[in-house]
Design a protein around this ligand. Structure first.
Ligand code: FCB
Length: 445
């Protein structure tokens, strides 16, 4: 791909990403809503209703995003609305999502639709969630129905959002539903997720070969806390293998790889992605610590003087560049399906935007075939266990008044989207120097 100095490729998609449960409000039929009712699960006792009332406000919300020069939008459909009971599909919910996708098309915005973004209908959760192998078949039935009904309105589809995060948060750390701490269960859940993806890919491609299907991978950079320490290097490499490479390799090879081979036996087609969806946020430094047995003996650290978000995630644009380069081996187009920062004061977001889009441009110039970028996210929303406290929005959204207020970053991002290039006059700050300290208690992921 040829890149004229500083410009992104022709036809580049620029947008923001959301997930149904985080913005819609009124999703009372899934495992997250049930989880939110239990004291101690969500910071400040927050609940996902009303979130941004986006279920009702989607048209004016899309007007606003279009006025900010976004030409694409990633969203998810809520399984529990569409299939409230096994095999029973709601024509009202389907009609709603047709309206949503049509509203994007009417505004000249390309939709990218995620079928599963963390939430399960209660009936799926009650039947054992992703630990139950049958959940894969049930997911495929849902995926088939949705793409049959909505496939004419969207070309790009994502089967699953961040399967490793689902397994890690729900089954290793136990901070998300179903709240387990059981490595065996985590591996079994991942196997079912992978089978669900494989089967959904095959089923949908048979019926709608024109659709482009992918999976949104959460990839983090793991570096050794002490570069000279062989134990740190070994543990950081193990983190990378388990967290970043397990799914990518399994998909590339069309079979499970270690450690999943210990939890099941499954295979799939060797082609099951038409593009790579990349969610990149941060890196972690890993220090060997005997006491961290359940986490592969790795203690997660931060560089001492690192710039960090409200959630204590390091700003590390170079990791974005490194990740994009590492994805060249997949030989598939890449869409950045999420990238963003929790920053209620908009203190660091402008710099985050500039340094990360710059890292992406460098990645493209070095041969990573990136075709679009979806910033996480447009509106402050229900940030899972962090509730409304973690503010990832380019636009502030008050869940009480529902007022939307542009942060300065929203205008900066609009300018990048409009020009399809980085602003000419920006000076990028030097990278901070590295020494390390333990990650703060706020760092929950
Ligand atoms: C990602 C999730 C998204 C949001 C961001 C901050 O892992 O996909 O829903 O929580 O993190």
């Amino acid at each position: 791909m040829s890149v004229d100095a500083g410009r992104f490729p022709e036809g580049f998609l620029w947008g923001t990403a959301t997930a149904a449960h985080q913005v819609e409000g009124g999703n009372h039929g899934n495992d997250w809503w049930a989880w939110e009712q239990v004291a101690g699960h969500i910071k400040n006792g927050d609940r996902s209703d009303p979130a941004c009332e986006h279920y009702e406000r989607f048209r004016t919300d899309f007007d606003l995003l279009r006025s900010l020069h976004q030409n694409a939008h990633r969203l998810s459909v809520e399984w529990s609305r569409i299939e409230p009971a096994p095999g029973e599909f709601s024509s009202t919910a389907i009609a709603h999502y047709r309206d949503v996708l049509q509203a994007l098309r009417d505004r000249g915005m390309e939709p990218v639709v995620t079928l599963h973004h963390f939430t399960n209908p209660n009936w799926i959760a009650e039947a054992g969630g992703w630990e139950n192998p049958q959940t894969a078949e049930r997911f495929v039935r849902f995926a088939q129905r949705v793409t049959d009904e909505l496939g004419d309105l969207s070309r790009y589809w994502i089967t699953l959002n961040e399967p490793t995060v689902v397994a890690y948060q729900g089954y290793v750390r136990g901070e998300w539903p179903p709240g387990k701490r059981d490595l065996g269960a985590a591996a079994r859940a991942l196997v079912t997720l992978l089978r669900g993806h494989w089967m959904a890919y095959e089923r949908i491609k048979q019926r709608h070969p024109e659709l482009r299907l992918g999976l949104a991978h959460h990839l983090r950079v793991f570096d050794p806390a002490r570069r000279w320490a062989p134990q740190d290097r070994a543990v950081a490499a193990a983190f990378d293998r388990v967290f970043n490479q397990t799914i990518l390799r399994s998909l590339r090879l069309g079979r499970l790889v270690f450690p999943l081979t210990r939890a099941g036996n499954a295979s799939g087609p060797t082609t099951s992605q038409d593009f790579i969806g990349l969610n990149y946020y941060t890196r972690e430094l890993i220090k060997f610590n005997r006491r961290y047995r359940a986490e592969l003996f790795g203690q997660r650290m931060l560089p001492a003087r690192a710039l960090r978000s409200d959630l204590s995630w390091e700003l590390y644009p170079d990791g974005f560049y490194r990740t994009l380069l590492s994805l060249r081996r997949e030989r598939l187009p890449i869409y950045v399906t999420e990238n963003g920062i929790a920053d209620g004061q908009d203190r660091l977001r402008p710099e985050f935007l500039l340094t990360h889009t710059n890292a992406m441009l460098r990645g493209i110039q070095a041969g990573a075939p990136v075709r679009g970028y979806f910033h996480w996210t447009c509106f402050d929303n229900f940030e899972w266990a962090e509730g409304y406290s973690a503010k990832f929005g380019l636009i502030a959204c008050d869940p009480v008044t529902q007022e939307r207020r542009l942060r300065p970053s929203a205008r900066l991002y609009a300018e990048i989207c409009r020009a399809n290039r980085l602003p000419a006059t920006v000076e990028l700050p030097p990278a901070p120097q590295q020494s390390v300290e333990p990650a703060g208690p706020a760092d929950r992921r």
